[in-house]
Design a protein around this ligand. Structure first.
Ligand code: NAG
Ligand code: NAG
Ligand code: NAG
Ligand code: NAG
Ligand code: NAG
Length: 701
């Protein structure tokens, strides 16, 4: 075998040797594994193999190019249909109208405040720069990129805000509670005049980041840590197989631990194709700029609101609202960035906070759009400036995509995009080419979360024993302790999955000296450092905090995730129509015809309630005592009163009388008068000529 391989290599190295051979057909068809009988046949056999190989190689290259192009086609199709954003989520409600189908909360955001750093977020189907994917159940953690290490995916915990010294310096827990409520009030009212809440109520921006990685398909890395969910796969190939099964069959893995994360070919530095793997993660960044709740404006998502029968105001108190970020003084229009853009600019890509990359692709340096410094392209950005003179051209990444934020990186784990750029040198006419490589990741914002002093506040000095699986962590539930409100069943301290430090009285009121807590869900018994049982509640992150006495229920999570559909032409037109429809009067100058709704008689019509008129009682003896009522629609009422018309109206049947009257009525001298009754001047049974207006809107009453 060894000698024939050597022979083959030699033959391939000098294909000319093979040209005059014949009979290749015969030899090959006799079975390619058999060794050819004589030297001529051998030459022929080899020639055939080499020709086939050349054809295959050429075909392979074409196929490779075609596959690369096909991938691009699919991405471009997605890219041009919308913006980076959420495209779909698992629906759990439905009804007759298509907009009934949805979820109660945007992105399925939900509470896990019994974990110190876990934010509930369901499965999403996002699009990032044309890449469609579907996540597992996310439940992400409060972690941020490393501020010290440049290592790939090095992270650190997002710090919890400190406790105002005015709170911690108070002697008793009761006094601390009272003072802490004042800080929440100040935050609620955005009033920092007496208590400057700003250092203690810290906004963070949590974002979704995605990139093409060079991880081999046989390998596998969990996208990001979650206390509650991990992808149910042993390799990328395994994950793809399961995702195909899930999508194809329509089943749902009940663990919600499946994801569709695509792979695709890249052309490597060696000119060979390799499969890159898409991966994503969710991280948070402590915001440096000033950002308060006043910068978060609720979106009008009419379908979601109608499906829940909520007024604009009532809808705000639900988990279904999405917000957009807007500076107080921000114009409606901007052409070089928004507050969101400035916030995203604080967030580094895969090089972490040490990122320091300039981008001078094609000889043009990119500049920061807010200053004259070169852009640090290692941070997420959308707008930048460039141009040889005064770098005065404002450019937006992503063609039309309103939500695409890009950061460049040097990490080898990210697949490189490569392009050869050539230029003709003016002085000698020579063409000089150079290969440029870029590795990038993409991001979109998900949520603004306000961390509060509650996460670190522990006025009862309850011992936090760390990881629930550690030896110390396990003592929390030893002896079947479950957190019930008795010293024997109360938790013995807290751990990473039972994080209860906030005095229940803080939320519910109640009397701390007798330990009576007003009716409040989620109160746990926990032994403090001295072994005394305390009534406490979860101290992690809530979407809405439980009601705080004298303060109310405050929202701490503000979803700001954009939607893919918002980038489509149809959505833009629809949003304009909706804006007009929601404020017809404000937009009337843009209407083609002024709707009658705006004229005074229409307004009077729609603000007039239906009326009831009552005929005076019958006085004739034969019919007995009775009267008749009749209802007037607002239109009939106004025809009579405003337009002095004469109307013919039937009285309703009286409960005891099976007759009705047909009346001609007019309104004059401030009274409703009967002109004729069943064709006669007077009604039978001696009903009077004047009708009384009744306050009963319903004539049947
Ligand atoms: C990959 O890049 C090399 C140049 O680096 C090129 O020769 C080759 O044709 C490319 N392959 C495909 C499939 O485009
Ligand atoms: C980034 O790198 C440049 C040199 O490439 C250096 O002049 C600059 O000070 C660096 N910036 C930071 C913030 O480290
Ligand atoms: C609670 O746990 C500590 C160890 O962390 C232990 O010393 C103590 O005895 C426990 N208390 C009770 C009441 O079990
Ligand atoms: C809570 O209960 C206490 C009595 O136990 C009562 O005095 C107090 O007003 C209640 N607070 C609220 C907010 O209901
Ligand atoms: C006002 O609207 C009504 C319809 O509601 C229409 O019949 C009437 O002609 C309008 N009047 C004026 C002055 O436009």
């Amino acid at each position: 075998m060894a000698s024939s391989t050597g022979f083959l290599l030699l033959a391939m190295a000098s294909p000319l040797l093979l040209l005059n051979t014949t009979n290749a057909e015969e030899v090959v068809s006799s079975g390619s594994e058999e060794f050819p009988p004589d030297q001529d046949a051998l030459w022929a056999w080899l020639q055939d193999k080499v020709q086939r190989l050349e054809i295959l190689e050429a075909m392979n290259d074409k196929l490779g190019k075609h596959i690369l192009q096909q991938q691009l086609n699919i991405e471009e199709k997605t890219r041009s249909g919308g913006d980076s954003g959420i495209k779909a989520e698992r629906t759990e409600m439905d009804g007759l109208k298509s907009y009934y189908a949805g979820t109660l909360s945007i992105g399925h955001i939900h509470n896990h405040p019994d974990f110190p750093r876990t934010l509930g977020l369901g499965e999403l189907h996002p699009v990032l720069n044309g890449v469609d994917f579907r996540t597992r159940h996310n439940d992400y953690s409060l972690v941020m990129p490393s501020t010290t290490s440049s290592a790939y995916h090095a992270t650190q915990d997002v710090p919890f805000p400190e406790i105002p010294p005015q709170v911690s310096s108070k002697e008793s827990v009761d006094e601390q509670i009272a003072e802490m409520r004042e800080w929440f009030k100040a935050w609620r009212d955005s009033d920092h005049s007496v208590r400057d809440y700003r250092p203690y109520f810290k906004p963070i921006l949590c974002y979704l980041e995605g990139a093409w990685t060079t991880e081999p398909q046989s390998g596998f890395t969990e996208p990001f840590f979650s206390t509650r969910h991990q992808l149910d796969a042993s390799s990328w190939d395994d994950l793809h197989q399961k995702a195909r099964f899930e999508s194809g069959s329509g089943i749902k893995y009940d663990s919600e631990n499946m994801a569709f994360l695509p792979n695709k070919f890249f052309n490597g530095t060696d000119g060979k194709l390799f499969l890159a793997q898409w991966n994503y993660r969710i991280l948070c960044h402590p915001i440096k700029a000033t950002l308060g709740t006043q910068h978060l404006k609720a979106h009008e998502d009419l379908g979601a609101r109608l499906s829940r029968r909520k007024t604009i105001e009532a809808f705000q108190a639900t988990r279904g609202v999405r917000y957009s970020i807007s500076a107080d003084d921000e114009e409606d229009f901007y052409e070089s960035g928004s507050l969101l853009d400035r916030l995203m600019r604080e967030i580094p890509g895969k090089d972490n906070y040490n990122a320091n990359l300039t981008d001078d692709f094609n000889g043009l340096t990119k500049f920061d759009s807010y200053s004259d410094h070169p852009l640090n392209a290692g941070y997420y950005h959308q707008w930048y400036k460039e141009g040889e003179k005064d770098h005065n051209q404002i450019v937006r990444r992503g063609f039309h995509d309103r939500n695409l934020f890009v950061a460049e990186t040097t990490q080898e784990e990210i697949a490189a995009l490569r392009v050869e750029m050539c230029e003709t040198k003016a002085w000698n006419g020579k063409v000089v080419c150079a290969m440029t490589e870029k590795r990038v990741s993409y991001a979109i914002p998900l949520e603004i979360v306000f961390l509060t002093p509650l996460h670190a506040w522990n006025p009862y000095n309850i011992v936090y024993k760390g990881d629930a699986s550690s030896e110390a962590g396990q003592t929390v539930v030893a002896d079947q302790r479950s957190g019930k409100l008795t010293p024997d069943e109360a938790l013995n301290g807290t751990n990473s999955v039972r994080y209860f430090h906030t005095p229940a009285h803080f939320f519910s009121g109640g009397d701390i000296s007798t330990d009576v807590v007003n009716d409040t869900d989620g109160v746990m018994g926990v032994l403090d450092g001295d072994g005394k049982m305390r009534q406490v509640m979860a101290s992690g992150v809530h979407v809405f905090l439980p009601d705080i006495v004298d303060v109310g229920s405050l929202r701490t999570r503000y979803p700001v995730m954009p939607l893919y559909d918002e980038g489509s032409m149809a959505w833009k037109e629809m949003q304009a129509v909706r804006d007009v429809l929601m404020d017809l009067e404000g937009y009337q100058q843009y209407l083609q015809y002024i709707p009658s709704a705006f004229n005074a008689s229409f307004v009077r019509l729609v603000t007039t309630a239906p009326k009831t008129l009552v005929m005076s009682s019958a006085t004739s003896e034969d019919a007995g005592y009775h009267h008749h009522k009749m209802s007037l629609s607002p239109r009939q009422y106004l025809a009579l009163v405003d337009h002095k018309e004469t109307l013919t109206i039937h009285s309703l049947l009286d409960s005891e009388h099976t007759h009705y009257h047909e009346l001609e009525i007019r309104y004059f001298k401030d009274e409703f008068k009967i002109l004729s009754c069943d064709g006669d001047f007077r009604c039978q049974h001696d009903h009077g000529k004047v009708l009384r207006e009744s306050d009963d809107a319903d004539p049947m009453v």
